[in-house]
Design a protein around this ligand. Structure first.
Ligand code: MN
Length: 228
């Protein structure tokens, strides 16, 4: 009987541990759904190798710090400066790629900026075209690996900027604070197979597959969090 309880305990512990682990969700569309703008070979390796690697290494990093077990990704990012770089890089890598897959959609299926988002963009940048130009410029001019962001800051203002490596604006020590509503991965692994060194071509292609419906949803959610 004691053995039976011991076995049950081991099984339950394994189940609980598994539940607290981060996992890689499938892409929200087939790997070739963003062709020709995002090629399927890049999408497959980017998702199944790079993103999976961040998830695996995040789980390893969390297991080295038991106080982080069960914490959400947002909670981990909000205290990431207190931990080693391996946690930062992989928590950021997981968050950033989850966002990235969601803010893209097959061409023609992503909708348009909502009235609320358009009004905020026009207020803070003058026009949607100017915002696109500034975000593209941030993406192209980021030195080395990183991300370009459209962020809603704590004052309800939209800002464009960039971060190095897998950093993002949710990290407690980020220069650029706020909630990301749109992000562009400018690591070479995001474009090198198709575009080689031509990052500008990749950034231009990205605009054809923006999932504005998801960007609108993220903007609304971030905006209501500020008002609360
Ligand atoms: Mn990437």
């Amino acid at each position: 009987m004691i053995r039976l309880f011991a076995l049950l305990f081991v099984l339950l512990s394994a189940t609980c541990f598994a539940d607290s682990e981060f996992t890689l969700p499938p892409l929200p569309y087939p790997a070739d759904a963003l062709e020709p703008h995002m090629d399927s070979a890049t999408m497959i390796v980017h998702h199944s190798a790079h993103h999976q690697g961040y998830v695996n290494n995040l789980n390893k990093a969390v297991s080295d710090h038991p106080q982080l077990e069960g914490k959400s990704l947002d909670e981990i990012l909000s205290m990431v400066s207190q931990y080693p770089a391996t946690l930062r890089n992989n928590a950021g890598g997981h968050y950033n790629h989850l966002l990235f897959w969601q803010v893209m959609a097959p061409e023609g299926e992503g909708g348009e900026p909502s009235a609320a988002l358009s009004a905020a963009i026009e207020r803070d940048f003058g026009s949607v075209d100017v915002m696109r130009e500034r975000l593209s410029q941030a993406a192209v001019s980021t030195f080395g690996s990183g991300w370009a962001w459209l962020v809603l800051d704590q004052d309800g203002k939209l800002q464009v900027g960039s971060s190095a490596n897998q950093d993002n604006p949710l990290m407690d020590d980020s220069d650029m604070a706020g909630t990301p509503v749109l992000g562009i991965d400018v690591w070479e692994h995001a474009y090198y197979l198709k575009h080689k060194n031509r990052r500008g071509d990749y950034v231009s292609a990205f605009w054809n597959v923006v999932n504005w419906n998801e960007v609108n949803r993220r903007f609304d959610e971030a905006y209501s969090d500020i008002k609360d």
